[in-house]
Design a protein around this ligand. Structure first.
Ligand code: SF4
Ligand code: SF4
Length: 252
């Protein structure tokens, strides 16, 4: 199976779903593929022992597909002001999770029909509220699959910027892997002064991320308590460090 075929199929489905939900994300959906033999899986496991190797989730795994759904320009621009996330951002966050969950189901069904094993990892998933570690990081999987590079805000900067939501599918289907970018997408990591993402954090979480991630999580839970009802889905989202990043909508 070719990456281009997966991308066209998912983009077409996403387009139909978005019309139904009346949301305009920046299509196409981006797709990256990592081979299970890529040494970075073991490196990731060594660095973050809580992170699963794909074979722990699917013993017959041969490829990991990571899907990125870019949020709309309007949602990003709407969330640049104030300290609380604004309605459009929260609505798109909730919708992106729904759309990605649907894309994961459809892709898994497609692969299973062709005789392959498959495990889908939805955009939001179980993680330890004590240690704030997830067993699977779409961002790290996306990095290995060549979707982008990490920014100072810990987000994955893709060709469509860091304002994306991610999901993954692990499969026994052999798919040609996509190459990783040849340069860092984050300005700071290229030695160019920036920091617009970290200055935007309302709880100053980036002063020291070891403690800051707890400040961030507490803030996200507060947002969820304040806004969950109108959206009917979890909206533990803030995104000031994304919306205000110069890399929100593309590679700077
Ligand atoms: S806003 Fe600037 S410093 Fe932050 S991740 Fe993007 S390029 Fe890097
Ligand atoms: S999501 Fe909000 S609270 Fe968390 S690090 Fe980003 S700006 Fe700070």
């Amino acid at each position: 199976m070719l990456v281009g075929h997966i991308q066209s199929m998912l983009t077409e489905i996403a387009d139909k779903l978005l019309r139904r939900f009346n949301v305009q994300f920046r299509l196409p959906v981006l797709v990256g593929v990592a081979n299970i033999e890529d040494k970075l899986w073991l490196k990731l496991r060594r660095k973050h022992p809580w992170h699963a190797h794909p074979r722990e989730l699917l013993p017959t795994a041969r490829s990991v597909i990571v899907i990125a759904l870019p949020l709309s320009r309007e949602a990003v621009e709407s969330n640049r002001h104030g300290t609380r996330p604004l309605g459009r951002w929260l609505r798109e966050y909730a919708m992106a999770n729904r759309v990605l969950s649907e894309l994961v189901v459809v892709l898994c069904e497609h692969l299973v029909e062709q005789g392959y094993d498959c495990v889908g990892v939805r955009p939001t998933h179980e993680f330890s509220p004590t240690h704030l570690y997830a067993r699977w990081s779409h961002r790290h999987a996306g990095y290995i699959a060549g979707l982008g590079t990490f920014g100072l805000n810990n987000m994955l900067i893709t060709r469509a910027g860091c304002a994306v939501r991610l999901a993954s599918v692990i499969t026994s289907c052999p798919i040609e892997s996509t190459p990783r970018p040849e340069k860092e997408y984050c300005l700071e990591k290229r030695g160019i002064s920036c920091g617009s993402c970290i200055r935007a954090c309302p709880v100053e979480a980036f002063r020291d991320w070891r403690y800051g991630r707890y400040l961030c999580y507490t803030w996200l839970l507060r947002i969820d308590r304040m806004y969950r009802d109108p959206y009917g889905d979890p909206v533990d989202a803030c995104g000031k460090c994304i919306a205000n990043a110069v890399c929100a909508l593309g590679v700077p």
